[in-house]
Design a protein around this ligand. Structure first.
Ligand SMILES: [Zn+2]
Length: 198
């Protein structure tokens, strides 16, 4: 491992990685969802796109060996390993301040949208769109009647998912601060972003 970036509970962190670099999102304590984003370093208006990826892989979420593509339909990430139970989501938007207002929160509440914007601002890239995330470890099954169910993550402490970057890109991991619905078992905890190649 080249670098382990601790992601405190409810916060986000990122790294600039080169094509060919593997990196890993780790659920350190278990039952924690992470929002993963990837933006092309050369042109951050090109980013990992959930809707284009669903078309590309013909599934709701890629399997090991399959790729996430950008809004220009170019491969940007490949899943190379997954030690988690394999429940991930690519259907729901990042949580944001309005989401928490609508859930009845009266004061400021951390969100994956603000975490992403803060990390990208620190990279000097404040002008990004907020794409639909790659919601790792997020257990929101589609039920038989078409409805979504917001269930706690099934991850155990130390579970991880490993990606390989196919383009030079900024990758961001937000430890989702959602504590109103049950996806983090109402107890948001820390994560880690491990860069595996130099
Ligand atoms: Zn979130």
């Amino acid at each position: 491992m080249v670098q382990r970036i601790e992601v405190p509970a409810r916060e986000g962190r990122g790294a600039l990685v080169q094509a060919g670099t593997r990196f890993r999102a780790v659920d350190v304590e278990g039952k924690q969802c992470g929002d993963v984003f990837a933006f092309c370093a050369a042109n951050p208006s090109e980013f990992a796109s959930a809707e284009h990826t669903r078309v590309s892989c013909g599934r709701l979420f890629p399997r090991i060996g399959e790729q996430f593509v950008t809004n220009l339909r170019r491969p940007i990430l490949t899943i190379v390993e997954d030690t988690s139970p394999g429940k991930h989501d690519m259907l729901v938007a990042a949580c944001d301040p309005t989401r928490y207002q609508l859930l009845g929160v009266q004061s400021w509440h951390a969100s994956c949208q603000e975490n992403l914007q803060k990390v990208m601002s620190e990279f000097g890239r404040a002008d990004i769109e907020v794409p639909q995330p790659i919601n790792v470890f997020t257990n929101i099954p589609v039920l038989g009647d078409g409805s979504l169910d917001w269930r706690p993550a099934l991850t155990r402490p130390g579970d991880s998912i490993t990606f390989r970057a196919e383009l030079d890109c900024y990758v961001v991991l937000s430890a989702c601060p959602q504590d109103i619905v049950a996806i983090n078992d109402k107890n948001p905890t820390r994560m880690a972003l491990e860069v595996l190649d130099g």
